[in-house]
Design a protein around this ligand. Sequence first.
Ligand SMILES: Cc1cc2nc3c(=O)[nH]c(=O)nc-3n(C[C@H](O)[C@H](O)[C@H](O)COP(=O)(O)OP(=O)(O)OC[C@H]3O[C@@H](n4cnc5c(N)ncnc54)[C@H](O)[C@@H]3O)c2cc1C
Length: 576
Amino acid sequence: MLERLRTDILILGSGGAGLFAALHAQQANPSLAITIASKGLLGKCGCTRMVQGGYNVALHPGDSIERHFMDTIEGGKWLPNQRMAWTLVSKAIERVRELENEVGCFFDRNPDGTLHGKAFAGQTFDRTVHKGDLTGIEIINRLMEQVWARPIQRLEEHRAVALIPSADGHSLAGALLIDVRSGAFRFMAAKAVLLATGGGPTMYRYHTPSADKSMDGLAMALRLGLPLRDMEMVQFHPTGLLAGPDTRMTGTVLEEGLRGAGGHLINGAGERFMQARDPRAERATRDFVSRCIYEEMRAGRTTPHGGVYLKMAHLGPKQVAKQFKGMVERCADCGSDLAGGLVEVVPTAHYHMGGVLCEVDTATELAGLFVAGEDAGGAHGANRLGGNGVANSTVFGGISGETMAAWLARNPGERAADEAVLRFELARAQHPFAQPRGDLNRLRERLLDAMWDDIGVIRDAVGLRRGLTNLETLERELLATGVVDGERAFNLAWHDWLNLRSLIEVSKAIASAALKRENSRGAHFREDFPDEGDLASSSFTVVRQQAGRLEVSARPVEFSIVKPGESLLMRAPCTH
Ligand SMILES: Cc1cc2nc3c(=O)[nH]c(=O)nc-3n(C[C@H](O)[C@H](O)[C@H](O)COP(=O)(O)OP(=O)(O)OC[C@H]3O[C@@H](n4cnc5c(N)ncnc54)[C@H](O)[C@@H]3O)c2cc1C
């Protein structure tokens, strides 16, 4: 049975991008029917809620948009789409004001009443605005209240499984959803759809994102034949909590501000190893610190669980407990003393810079489909600065709301769905019910290892090819593994199966792009090609699925604002 519903704007995902899109679309045209469909509960799911350290914004005297922009471009190793990066840093100011004055967030302040900016690694100014060390809860709770207060339809625990094109193939007609609570299928016809499912590299042995994220958005985009950029760029956060294999807390992130404040990393031999590798020591960028930790691990200089230690005690346990209350409590829950002792940490897959290729206004190459937040590629290039993630999702989420409202004014008609694709996707989502039951957890464990071992922090051609072969084997085995077709309401085995399918499909795209990039930039490090290559002729990778095969190409980066070797900081203030 397929229930059919319709709306003007369908937003997939209720993180910072999805909620801001809904608010801005509603503000732009209050008569629009807007529906948010989210895999989890509104305000309780996704990674925006998990934001710890804070939100980058150039508000403070001595800082500037140009400085924030240059940090973003240099941090992204000259691969970002510069127009997107400029929009990100300039609109962040407006968005933070909006968060405070219209949405109702309270951020921490200096004694003089200005917003406090904390230090984040890899940045030349302390510009990370925050609410203690659990900033995302403040942002998402207040956004959720604003959405509740408006006539915006909410389909909570509704998982999108496919984007359905129009019958003529020229545009998008809507999305196929599963109501997780009943197991029923719903086709939501929509004039505009926003993909804001938040990426989330949960296919690695150690990872930070929320459990509801399994790269569904990018898997759906791949199946539609849309181009994805920078897929090789998976950011590892250096300090994931290592609390042993028996807790889901392992992998969860201990925030960047700990290193920013002066935390030390110590290997299993008791040595502080970062000082010898970079003048910034522990405050070097995430990619570099992660690689250094990984090398310590490979050399066997590890802690009992196989990582390294994070030490904060030299900063004064009382001060650490006050400044990083949330982190200290998180560690205490797992039996570790962050304020006064040593905590075991490991690099953990945190963020995916890759995503759907789009315009600055969030339009994709398929009419009617828009993308924002972690599902969108381009703003970060090879590395996302800590604090630029939530800025990205809220800035571009808001822009997408305005863009969709304007697009609908020009394209008001409904588009009939391609019924053949809809039938195909219905069958595809039910594929596991026709297979003999098998051990999904074992497949998942093998996926985590395949990605961590061969397509992880340090890569080479041999490992990447082996990884791709392993992924193809896993995909075949998954397709031959079924789940019981009994009760479909809250059938978590079914959803685990669907999660694994998305993760494997996107993992293959990550590995293919990583094989194509024969240099080392930011988060992507090839041991067989350790040089960054010529910056002036930088290109980014584009992966597309055609007739079931992945094709990877390279496109030149447009240095539309600043060229390698130049800096906006040497020029008069910029007015882009
Ligand atoms: C632990 C942690 C700490 C972080 N700290 C910071 C920080 O300090 N500063 C910073 O800038 N960034 C931080 N980030 C990154 C930041 O959280 C993300 O960049 C940003 O929040 C992503 O927003 P989003 O709206 O794109 O996705 P999310 O907020 O992740 O929302 C995704 C939404 O999509 C839904 N969804 C997923 N799949 C489907 C589907 N198939 N159908 C329907 N809905 C679906 C999810 O349920 C969720 O509602 C952190 C991330 C983590 C994991």
